[in-house]
Design a binder for this molecule. Structure first.
Ligand code: ZN
Length: 87
């Protein structure tokens, strides 16, 4: 099992857009930057933490969007006056 440090040293940060890239990437997968990358472990770790936070925020937004769709269906159902509520 890889330790935290071997995972971190396998990563680097694009200096142009800040995206995390594999050490083996010749150019940034996000913006195609192919110059100097930031291999600093602390920066990589901070970037990992930030992307984790962004992901949980995205999940919350997804749940809210699902709720909105359901509310819209219910409003539509009530307007239509059909006998069965939407699933
Ligand atoms: Zn980039």
């Amino acid at each position: 099992m890889p330790t935290r440090n071997t995972v971190l040293t396998g990563l680097k940060i694009c200096r142009l857009c800040g995206a995390l890239n594999c050490e083996s990437n010749k150019q940034c997968y996000n913006c195609a930057w192919h110059g100097d990358f930031d291999p600093d472990n602390e920066h990589v770790l901070a970037s990992l933490r930030q992307s984790r936070d962004n992901r949980s925020r995205t999940e919350q937004t997804g749940k809210l969007a699902g709720l909105l769709v359901r509310v819209k269906k219910l409003i539509h159902w009530r307007r239509e006056g059909s006998p069965h509520p939407p699933s």
